[in-house]
Ligand binder design. Structure first.
Ligand SMILES: [Zn+2]
Ligand SMILES: [Zn+2]
Length: 562
């Protein structure tokens, strides 16, 4: 049986709109990878969805004066629309607040418990006498004991980053009523006994041959320091109910139900498509690949596999593919300092492929990378417009002007033609290898290199001169160039799908969706194929003028007060 891939991207939290750093940190590379696999004829399921539970959502909903459900409905839809516009090709984009995820979370918890990995402990938690409820995480604020910041939350100080316990806060107050009528009460909570899984987790991590060394080292270091039982319940209303007597007023901590979404979304897709979800989650032919940011590695390398090991509910991931962070003009993205580019406004400013191309060209695979507006402009103008778009335009315009808009039938191929054909095939194979090695940035460079090769072939052959001396030979050059263009469009398709689709239409090749990666290695545009007419041939890209760059820069700086 051929192996198949279940590709996931980290689940975006439902509060508000994500910035482009979040897009490149997992959503976009996961999409590029899934698109490549489909083209390469693999069976792929690409799932993601919004992560919707937790105290931040309850607090944000209270602020907007709506229910957590209404709040999540609103932002889940906003985010979903944005990801469609980014052309993220999810087979299923679900929501962790839906029924499937509630049921699956309860099932996994009960299995964890049955197998002896759940314990109960009493914790002292802040309780508001006025609102008559417990105040987890950001429902309580006060003065940070470390830096003195007066807006520190029960779980963390945003100013100095210190992780806090509600009892650490000085002068604490309830963020619902603003009062200080708080007392600490003993209340029971449930814990996942990760410590009991140390041996199994260690053996599993050591068996991961192709994991990056730093991820492995990090995870093993954590195990060596001693894994601790982790609290999985919260005194909240908004979340997955705990199916045990005495826990009616509690829900699962959001980190517990969120990754279970990967399984739930698979189940939802399978239910619609007449498949058994175990085909993806309990079958050695299925490779589960999680794409995520570096802040999520520990979670996916230790805690999530721990949950699965404890429950024996599903197999462990094949790979945890993580990325470093993206900065903007040398500075960290920051919501509080209003420094960043949001995923929705980006697409109002420029077409999606411009962003997809540049972001993938600086994909932070090994270290943090920097989004520079000047480099963005260069990438669009030089790579996309000059190298790729112009080649397509020159070749197809020439065919319209000299061959009645029909790809000429080739004469005998010369040594140069044959050599170029071999070069195309070897580029396609190289890009394929890079994809399977998860080297997406290099795969993009290699794909663009084919467009450079084609430019060189076209310029060296100079068909605009040749056509006057030997029209048949010029026709062969155009035939070879048109084929190289189709191959480059295929290699670039996972990265910039809408432009590649346009090229396919221009070349009379129909839908990209039915195309095969292997077509990139041969000449599959037949002589006699009708191409798009002169009027239908719009340039693929438009140069980014200096004025556009200045305009974007001014917007970003004005907003952040820089
Ligand atoms: Zn602090
Ligand atoms: Zn209160």
């Amino acid at each position: 049986m051929a192996e198949r891939f279940l590709v996931t991207s980290a689940l975006p939290y439902v509060n508000g709109v994500k910035h482009i750093g979040n897009v490149v940190g997992s959503l976009l590379p996961a999409d590029v990878f899934a698109r490549f696999l489909r083209l390469d004829g693999r069976e792929v399921l690409f799932v993601c969805g919004t992560d919707e539970h937790g105290a931040p959502i309850e607090v944000a909903a209270l602020k907007e004066g709506i229910s957590p459900r209404a709040y999540s409905d609103k932002y889940a839809e906003i985010q979903r629309d944005i990801y469609v516009a980014w052309q993220l090709s999810f087979d299923r984009f679900g929501r962790t607040s839906e029924k499937t995820n509630h049921e699956t979370t309860q099932e996994i918890f009960l299995a964890d418990r049955k197998n002896g990995f759940i314990s109960e402990k009493s914790l002292k938690m802040p309780y508001c006498l006025n609102d008559k409820r417990y105040l987890p995480d950001r429902f309580i604020e006060g003065v940070c004991p470390v830096c003195g910041y007066d807006g520190a939350r029960g779980d963390q100080c945003e100013k100095c980053g210190k992780v806090l316990d509600p009892a650490d806060l000085q002068e604490p107050f309830c963020t619902i009523c603003g009062k200080r009528d708080i007392e600490f009460r003993d209340t029971k909570h449930l814990f996942l006994d990760l410590d009991k899984l140390s041996g199994e987790l260690k053996a599993w991590i050591l068996s991961r041959e192709d994991w990056p060394d730093n991820a492995k080292k990090f995870a093993l270091g954590w195990i060596k320091d001693g894994l601790q039982a982790r609290c999985i319940t919260r005194d909240l209303e908004w979340g997955v109910k705990v199916p045990l007597p005495g826990y009616e007023a509690k829900v699962f901590y959001v980190w517990f139900d969120a990754p279970i979404g990967y399984i739930s979304f698979t189940k939802e897709w399978c239910a619609q498509n007449g498949q058994d979800w175990n085909r993806w989650w309990n079958d050695s032919d299925s490779k589960i690949v999680h794409f995520l940011g570096k802040d999520n590695v520990a979670f996916h390398a230790i805690i999530w596999p721990g949950m699965l090991l404890a429950s024996r509910y599903a197999q462990l991931p094949h790979r945890v593919q993580s990325y470093e962070f993206l900065n903007l003009e040398g500075k960290k993205f920051s919501t509080s300092r209003k420094w960043g580019i949001n995923s929705d406004e980006a697409l109002e400013w420029l077409p999606v492929d411009y962003w997809r191309y540049y972001l993938m060209s600086i994909l932070p695979e090994h270290s943090d990378s920097d989004f520079s507006l000047t480099e963005f402009q260069k990438a669009v103008n030089s790579d996309l417009n000059d190298t790729w778009g112009n080649l397509v335009h020159r070749c197809l315009t020439f065919i319209n002007a000299n061959y009645d808009g029909v790809v000429p039938s080739p004469g005998a191929l010369t040594v140069e033609d044959e050599a170029f054909g071999k070069q195309i095939a070897s580029r396609a194979e190289k890009v394929r290898e890079l994809f399977y090695a998860y080297k997406l940035q290099e795969a993009l460079r290699e794909a663009l290199a084919l467009a450079r090769d084609a430019n060189k072939y076209f310029n060296d052959a100079a068909p605009w001169k040749l056509v006057k001396e030997d029209k048949a030979r010029a026709g062969t050059v155009l035939y070879v160039t048109a084929n190289a263009i189709k191959s480059a469009a295929l290699l670039l398709a996972p990265f910039i799908p809408s432009s590649s689709q346009k090229v396919f239409e221009y070349l009379g090749q129909g839908q990209l969706q039915g195309a095969k990666w292997s077509d990139a290695s041969g000449f599959t545009v037949a002589g006699g194929t009708k191409i798009a007419s002169k009027d239908a041939l719009a340039p693929l890209f438009v140069k980014m003028e200096d004025g556009k760059v200045a305009e974007i820069r001014a917007k970003l700086e004005a907003r952040s007060g820089a």
